[in-house]
Design a protein around this ligand. Structure first.
Ligand SMILES: [Mg+2]
Length: 380
């Protein structure tokens, strides 16, 4: 008898929602809000009638661009998405994703976990890696950058960066936006310590006003900054366009970019020349691929990133990047592998030097660790 899990025959029988609270190695601090000891992350696991599973991940980030909590994500997934997913074929991905958007407008964080669970499941059924579903391997491995979160002293940040550089990293994004004088001291110290070949970027996580941002950019000009990421609040795309015209440093857009419509607005207004994509923020592999296609066509640089994530969303980003046949910046997609104290898969992502090589195993190539899921499960 043929397995029901074929291209034509597979049906999704069950959708599980697994909210998790993952501890960080050390609390993570950006321009907005207090330092965080944990990240709220959430897995969706889809199971077919014959028992094959696919998994996708998203986050409740709760900073500019994300008003989700684990409980609100779980409610959207359970009450609004589950009836549109269960009973469908995993190969009806485009149709399912369109219905999710119709059911709950702009629910990109919730959609991300479904998108990537569908891709994982397709790969498992066909016996091919997700990058093959996206057009095939275009690079052997995907280089990552280091994210330098805010530390109490310049020295601590510089020492941390130097350790990463010794491991093979060449690209560094440092969090700024609280104290401009400290930011300039920090960037000067990083340039001095890491040398002229290190690629340095700054990220204010939407924490600055226009005057402060322009002043900081001018002071940072001598330090050869490759891009300054999202200095202004999410809604101030007009301000970002004006800043881009007056800045001596190229601007990257992150929090202001959720949907493909956002990106078209950014392109039309010339509000930046590089974009930061994230699996959760941008609706999973399905959404990120669209953004990369538009950005590539518009001549923008692409920085494949992520919120701090387990190996599941890290690999989702790595598969998209592996199948992208255009230039990519060393992106922050492994930030969770560096920052989280633990993982929820049997074989966590390994970073060799500064790069991740995705395997040719079916789907995303991950197997969940049930003990870890129990240990980190969040109470809703
Ligand atoms: Mg950012």
């Amino acid at each position: 008898m043929t397995s029901p899990d074929t291209y034509a025959g597979a049906r999704i029988a069950r959708m599980e929602i697994i909210p998790l609270q993952m501890p960080m190695k050390t609390p993570v601090k950006i321009s907005h809000g207090a330092a965080r000891p944990c990240i709220d992350t959430l897995l969706v696991r889809l199971t077919t009638e014959s028992g094959l599973t696919g998994v996708g991940e998203t986050q409740a980030w709760r900073r500019q661009g994300s008003a989700e909590t684990l409980a609100s994500l779980a409610a959207v997934l359970r009450d609004h998405f589950q009836p549109l997913v269960v009973g469908r074929s995993p190969f009806s991905l485009a149709s399912i994703m369109a219905r999710l958007e119709q059911a709950m407008w702009h629910s990109l964080y919730a959609q991300a976990a479904v998108s990537d669970a569908l891709y994982d499941l397709q790969g498992k059924i066909l016996g091919v890696p997700v990058h093959a579903l996206l057009g095939g391997r275009c690079r052997a491995s995907v280089p990552a950058c280091v994210v330098l979160f805010m530390k109490p002293t310049v020295e601590q940040t510089v020492e941390g960066a130097a350790e990463f550089q010794a491991r093979g990293y060449r690209s560094f994004t440092v969090k700024v936006g609280v104290d401009a004088r400290q930011d300039v001291r920090l960037v000067a110290a990083l340039r001095e310590r890491l040398g002229p070949d290190a690629i340095l970027r700054v990220d204010a996580n939407a924490g600055m006003d226009f005057d402060g941002a322009l002043s900081l950019l001018r002071k940072l000009e001598p330090y050869d900054i490759d891009a300054a990421e999202q200095l202004l609040p999410l809604g101030d795309v007009a301000g970002m366009a004006e800043l881009a015209r007056r800045s001596p440093i190229p601007l990257m857009v992150d929090e202001s970019l959720a949907s493909d419509g956002d990106l078209i607005d950014i392109v039309c207004r010339r509000a930046g020349t590089a974009i930061h994509t994230k699996i959760g923020k941008n609706g999973g592999i399905w959404g990120v691929r669209k953004l990369m296609t538009i950005a590539g066509a518009a001549g923008l640089r692409i920085y494949p990133g992520n919120h701090p994530s387990t190996s599941v969303a890290t690999l989702a980003a790595a598969h998209v990047a592996t199948a992208w046949d255009g230039p990519l910046l060393d992106g922050a997609f492994t930030v969770g592998i560096d920052a989280l104290a633990d993982d929820v898969v049997r074989e966590p992502v390994r970073i060799e030097g500064n790069a991740v090589e995705v395997s040719d195993a079916p789907g995303l190539g991950v197997e969940l660790d049930e003990d870890k899921l129990r240990a980190y499960r969040a109470d809703l």
